[in-house]
Design a protein around this ligand. Structure first.
Ligand SMILES: C[S@@+](CC[C@H](N)C(=O)[O-])C[C@H]1O[C@@H](n2cnc3c(N)ncnc32)[C@H](O)[C@@H]1O
Length: 200
């Protein structure tokens, strides 16, 4: 009988594998299914602290890739590729500066950004953050680029999915196994950025 993979298993596995958080396996599972992070690519990781997605992202892009992480909180990590961390609110980013930092537009934007949960209106705060992520993505991605973005399922989920479809040719939602079963969090995965700009 196959061994049941519990949430505790991911926590233990992260410790054994040297990842800073169990969420590392969410990105691994998203990538395994949707090929989100291209080898040698430029990757922008929004809401990156403590840094396990940056660790996984760095493994996937390899030594020739570049990864930039942004979070309200400071991040302390070492990676085998070029990387930059920026302590900032994703609402305050300057897309041109981000692209200048890595020498061109990004191949993939990742977002594990989550609001502080209070039990009231968490889904609405998550949707609001997703719109900020979409705005950053539309101004930093190359045409054909990819997006993986966390969202809490709720009242505005379908609207955010539709807004993502305006920007990308292929859009799906997916809940990786490493996401806690009871959690409302899920991911929107989008490929083939159309290159269109909807916001100034
Ligand atoms: C679930 S954690 C990310 C975990 C990370 N992917 C990892 O694997 O280590 C969500 C992060 O979103 C960040 N965050 C929330 N709102 C933000 C905002 N407006 N701007 C930047 N970061 C934000 C939080 O500080 C938190 O570190």
């Amino acid at each position: 009988m196959a061994r049941r993979v519990t949430q505790d298993t991911y926590f233990k596995r992260a410790k054994e594998d040297g990842y800073l958080a169990r969420s590392a396996y969410k990105l691994k599972q998203l990538h395994d299914r949707f090929d989100l992070v291209p080898k040698g690519g430029r990757v922008l990781d929004l809401g990156c602290a403590p840094g396990s997605w940056m660790q996984v992202g760095a493994e996937l892009i390899g030594k020739s890739g570049i990864i930039v992480g942004v979070d309200l909180r400071p991040v302390d990590l070492k990676l085998d590729c070029e990387f930059h961390t920026i302590e900032a609110d994703i609402n305050d980013l300057d897309p041109e500066q981000l692209k200048e930092l890595v020498g061109g537009p990004f191949d993939a934007v990742l977002s594990d950004v989550a609001p502080n949960t209070t039990g009231h209106g968490d889904d609405l705060r998550s949707a609001h953050l997703c719109r900020a992520v979409l705005k950053v993505a539309e101004h930093t991605l190359r045409p054909g680029g990819r997006l993986g973005m966390k969202i809490f399922d709720g009242a505005e989920f379908q609207d955010v999915l539709n807004e993502t479809r305006i920007l990308f040719q292929q859009v799906k939602s997916y809940k990786p196994d490493a996401t806690r079963n009871m959690s409302r969090e899920t991911y929107i995965v989008a490929r083939n950025f159309r290159g269109a700009r909807l916001t100034p």
